[in-house]
Design a protein around this ligand. Structure first.
Ligand code: SF4
Length: 618
């Protein structure tokens, strides 16, 4: 039987294999044991040739990533593309002083050498996984592969092919023969069976989830596996073999990607008739519903992958970790007794007990869906969290031994108003002892709830983002549906009102990292407990530390509020103290920025200097 190639083109992170290719290869080989399946991580070869610094900088910026291969796809438009590149490359390290034409030439030579290592004629099918930032590079490689093997069938899938986007690619690029609309496993195996003649002729057979010029699917039809435990462990051998073949001065230790769920369990409705999930999010277009691997399966998978590849850095690629059993999951991972270095994305409502079990299992960093420091804006984002939740997790992640937090603040979200901005600026002052979050301008994602209901958010003239006009000729672009969408409506107003927040975010970052420029300097706001008294220490820039001593009931209230508490809970816990004493005490602590309050809820902001020694809090 002729082999199948699965390809991932620039610009994913070069230091880990493609989770999509690994999962697909393992599944195909399970269902069709005799078939040779080769996964090709073109992006690693390109990263090796370009240099990891330059590759890394480009891969972190979607518009930069889409630019060089657009010039290779449409060489007669290189001047237009280059002008766009120059604008986007300003002040980007390594990219700023890069000669665009020289870069394109280098990519062309490198790509050609990578492609020529393969005898494309011997393949029956080549599949391209197209996700964020991989559109123009995939289209370029598809064209080049088809030049080398004109009869080879080409299939594309991935998040950039969901919904109408995939159909539009099929319509615009004759080199593409098939598109997978949702999850890849089942349609791909059906197609291979068809092409190898074991299931009829692909042109005649209608395959659920597969779009071809002969098979137009009803809207939304996809085909997916119901139980993720049925998936075999992903196969990353080709990537690790490629890493072993890197030039000596280019070797590095990769990370292992783990996929333990598909979709998102946070699917709260935006409105009764409308879409669900966070208003800005389009991460779940490929999947219907939410599925997760079981606890035991996840633990055995992490064990087998890390043992096999002798790697201890693992990134959970899920949109967010499963809601159920997180604590048990990390307790199970800890029992493997490996010094793991883990990364995962989580929601802000993750309790401190769970963070502690993550930290103990080796979770080094968590990406938390913070998005905003204004509760009114979080409501507009349909995030289902409050600033109090965000503040609590930011504080908890500052505790020694718990994972470091990274997070974003969405700027310029449509419908943000002056009250949201004022709220954000006020709350930012309380967040300053914690790891700064990054301001990220809102972008309109194809398929997101905002995109589905533009009028509800004051948006008009929604369509492909105007930047794409620098990348594609107009006659092509007009027929494409692409993942980053543009719109009109309040753009300038949003830019203007968010300026003070951007300034504050910059100040926060500068002051936080200045206070941490000495290794081991510890949290900015911490406490030491002396059993019937406590000392709170606040480190400050260009000033002496400020210290506060709390005794007896004041200490107890402060420790009780290590987890957010309502005034009713505080009064019930300390009945002898009286509301007339509790409220002024809390207000004094809020005035000193030692406690954060929202409505009638209170949260102490100082973290235990030595970490969580005896359980969580009093
Ligand atoms: S942003 Fe995260 S939590 Fe929100 S809908 Fe998307 S995946 Fe789910």
């Amino acid at each position: 039987m002729n082999p199948v190639a699965l390809v991932s083109t620039p610009w994913p992170l070069f230091n880990r294999p493609s989770v999509q290719l690994g999962a697909l290869k393992a599944f195909i080989r399970q269902k069709l044991p005799g078939l040779e399946v080769n996964t090709r991580h073109f992006y690693l070869g390109i990263a090796e040739d370009l240099g990891y610094d330059l590759y890394g900088q480009i891969s972190e910026r979607t518009w930069l990533a889409e630019t060089p291969y657009a010039a290779l796809l449409y060489p007669d438009r290189i001047d237009i593309v280059e002008r766009f590149w120059r604008k986007k490359a300003l002040r980007v390290p390594f990219v700023n002083d890069c000669d665009f034409c020289a870069l394109c030439r280098a990519l062309e030579v490198s790509s050609s050498s990578i492609l020529d290592q393969e005898d494309w004629d011997r393949y029956i099918l080549a599949g391209f996984s197209i996700c964020f930032g991989q559109l123009t590079s995939s289209l370029y490689y598809i064209r080049e592969v088809k030049k080398r093997a004109p009869t080879l069938k080409i299939i594309v899938g991935g998040s950039a092919c969901a919904g109408d986007m995939g159909q539009s690619l099929l319509n615009c690029f004759p080199e593409i023969d098939f598109v997978i609309r949702g999850e890849g496993e089942l349609p791909l195996v059906h197609l291979i069976k068809s092409l190898t003649g074991t299931q009829g002729d692909s042109r005649m057979v209608s395959i659920p989830g597969l779009v071809s010029r002969h098979n137009v699917l009803p809207d939304q039809e996809i085909s997916q596996i119901s139980n993720l435990d049925e998936l075999p462990v992903p196969e990353y051998d080709d990537y690790f073999n490629q890493v072993r073949s890197l030039r000596t001065n280019k070797t590095f230790l990769p990370k292992i990607p783990m996929e333990i769920s598909r979709g998102c369990w946070w699917r709260k409705s935006v409105n009764p008739e409308g879409a669900s999930g966070c208003a800005f999010c389009n991460l779940n277009l490929q999947w219907h519903g939410y599925r997760a691997k079981s606890l035991n399966r996840t633990i055995s998978e992490i064990d087998s992958l890390t043992k096999k590849h002798k790697i201890l850095s693992v990134s959970f690629m899920d949109n967010l970790l499963p809601s159920k059993g997180q604590k048990e999951l990390f307790e199970g991972i800890k029992k493997l007794k490996n010094d793991f270095r883990l990364f995962a994305e989580i929601r802000a409502t993750t309790p401190v007990e769970t963070l502690a079990s993550m930290g103990a299992a080796g979770m080094h960093e968590v990406q938390v869906g913070i998005e905003s420091l204004s509760t009114s804006l979080l409501k507009k984002l349909n995030k289902g969290t409050s600033v109090m939740d965000n503040m609590e997790i930011m504080k908890n992640c500052e505790t020694p031994g718990l994972p470091d937090l990274t997070g974003n603040m969405i700027l310029n979200f449509p419908l943000s108003d002056n009250d949201d901005i004022a709220d954000t600026i006020w709350n930012l002052e309380f967040a300053r002892p914690f790891r700064p979050i990054k301001g990220v301008p809102f972008w309109l994602g194809y398929g997101s709830p905002v995109w589905q209901m533009p009028h509800a958010y004051g948006l008009k003239r929604v369509g492909n983002h105007p930047y794409y006009s620098h990348l594609f000729p107009p006659e092509v672009l007009r027929n494409l549906s692409l993942i980053i969408q543009g719109y009109q409506g309040g753009v300038r107003h949003q830019n203007r009102i968010w300026k003070p927040v951007k300034k504050k975010l910059q100040e926060w970052k500068t002051s936080y990292y200045r206070l941490h420029d000495t290794p081991g300097s510890g949290p900015i706001l911490s406490y030491q407990d002396g059993r019937d008294f406590m000392i709170i220490r606040h480190r400050r820039n260009k000033s002496n530390d400020m210290t506060h001593r709390l005794k007896d009931t004041s200490r107890k209230i402060y420790l009780f509020c290590q987890t957010q508490r309502s005034i009713a809970e505080i009064l019930a816990r300390f009945p002898g103290f009286g509301e007339d004493k509790v409220r002024p005490f809390l207000q004094m602590m809020v005035d000193k920025r030692l406690i954060f309050s929202e409505g009638d809820r209170y949260l102490s902001l100082a973290v235990p200097i030595s970490g969580l020694l005896d359980g969580i809090t009093e």
